[in-house]
Design a protein around this ligand. Structure first.
Ligand SMILES: C[S@@+](CC[C@H](N)C(=O)[O-])C[C@H]1O[C@@H](n2cnc3c(N)ncnc32)[C@H](O)[C@@H]1O
Length: 416
């Protein structure tokens, strides 16, 4: 066995020991990294109140990994532990849905298995819809390609020595349009490898944490080209001994959603003039659907979206809840308000005849021109011809605000 392989096995063994024997329950955790401070919505709280005490007292998750619209889905929980999230999903997918949980620690799985029939009965099912698999999430060979609608995982990937394998496997088993919705711990820098071998730093989900930027490139490389951050919080550790060893870095608990969309654009923010409108038909979100931390869709309101957001909504289980407008015929460059910016510095000196929105008079508008043009370092790549053509103010009253038409967008009468 090569020394690297041995190191990887040691890392697995450390996590098994930590979650199988060292910790006897949530109360034994030494930091607040594997703690979920998020308040679940009422419909999930009600399900948690129906979980067996032993399952709840062995919960080591760092976030809430239950997205919306689950009825009838086939789900997979990577590193399911004692089954806390598996059983929440079990209720939400309904008796016809199915939930698999994979974990490598037998003591955790024994707890999960022990309450299978109990939970089926509590949920009113004639037969349990969950199945636990003892194994490594780096190789889910029992699970066929393209067979899973939703993968969840809660505070697990950081513990895995082969993180790329975990995401490649997730991509393999997801159906096209399927989603991985998961919480994990991330760091603000690369953590020195030697700290991986400290059993407490590793077991407490700190020293194995991915540096956030490595995480983003890793998942994009395996095919999840448009990772979406849903929520995050800073981990405060709250343990002086541990802070002494690893306090040089900052840690975050974050929930991301990764969709398997085979024809994703390689880059986010591409503007094809596409629009979507949420119908308000998801029962748990009748007024507002939150896709991620920068995409909230109010019912019945039309939103311009980039090509990848359009595809996520149009090719996933959310399709039936949206109306879609547009096609991919004309590309207008990068979306305004997008985190990705056009890089060319020369645009800064090329500001003749450009008109952008505002709620100002035309004089005021001209005075504020520079400010607007570079507002939040965003600039707007129109051709000269388009700029001349669009240099006009035609106010339109819509939704309690004036909007100005500057082809091809409508801008609101304020800085945005
Ligand atoms: C922090 S606990 C979280 C457990 C569970 N998700 C929860 O929220 O309670 C991490 C779990 O991941 C499992 N785990 C870690 N690495 C794994 C791997 N490579 N394959 C399978 N399970 C793994 C551990 O056995 C442990 O049960």
């Amino acid at each position: 066995m090569s020394s690297t392989q041995k190191d990887k096995n040691d890392i697995h063994e450390n996590a098994k020991e930590y979650y199988g024997n060292t910790l006897k329950g949530t109360k034994d955790l030494k930091t607040n990294s594997c703690c979920c401070s998020e308040k679940p919505p009422k419909y999930i709280k009600d399900i948690i109140s129906k979980l067996h005490d032993e399952i709840v007292s062995h919960y080591y998750g760092c976030g809430l990994v239950i997205p919306e619209e689950l009825e009838g889905l086939t789900c997979l929980d990577l590193g399911c532990g004692a089954g806390h999230d598996v059983y929440i999903l079990s209720k939400l997918v309904g008796e016809k849905g199915k939930v698999f949980g994979v974990d490598m620690t037998k003591e955790q799985l024994e707890i999960a298995e022990r309450h299978k029939e109990y939970q089926a009965k509590v949920f009113g099912y004639s037969k349990s819809n969950v199945e636990f698999i003892n194994g490594y999430i780096e190789k889910s060979s029992d699970i066929p390609d393209n067979s899973i609608d939703l993968i969840v995982s809660n505070c697990v990937v950081n513990l895995c020595p082969k993180k790329k394998d975990v995401f490649s496997e997730a991509y393999r088993v997801l159906k096209p349009g399927g989603e991985m919705y998961f919480s994990d711990v991330y760091s603000d820098r690369r953590i020195p490898e030697k700290l991986l071998h400290d059993p407490v730093l590793h077991g407490e989900c700190l020293s194995g944490a991915l540096y956030w930027n490595d995480f983003l490139s890793l998942v994009k490389n395996v095919g999840f080209k448009s990772p979406r951050l849903v929520k995050d919080r800073i981990i405060t550790i709250e343990n002086k001994d541990i802070e002494k060893k690893i306090g040089f870095a900052k840690f975050f608990s974050a929930t991301f959603r990764l969709f398997k969309i085979p024809d994703f654009d390689n880059t986010d923010g591409e503007d094809y003039g596409l629009k979507v409108c949420y119908k308000g038909t998801i029962s748990t979100s009748p007024e507002l659907f939150v896709l991620d931390n920068s995409h909230n869709f109010v019912k019945d309101k039309e939103y311009s979206v980039c090509s990848n957001t359009f595809r996520i909504l149009n090719q996933s289980r959310f399709k039936k809840h949206f109306n879609f407008v547009g096609n991919f015929e004309t590309h207008y460059g990068i979306m305004e308000n997008c985190s990705v910016k056009i890089p060319f510095q020369s645009l800064k000196n090329d500001n003749n005849n450009i008109c952008f929105c505002s709620g100002f008079s035309q004089d005021e508008h001209n005075q504020n021109f520079e400010k607007e043009f570079y507002y939040q370092n965003t600039y707007y790549p129109y051709s000269q011809e388009e700029r001349r053509y669009n240099y006009q103010f035609i106010p339109e009253w819509y939704n309690n605000s004036y909007y100005y038409r500057t082809y091809p967008f409508w801008f609101k009468n304020s800085y945005y």
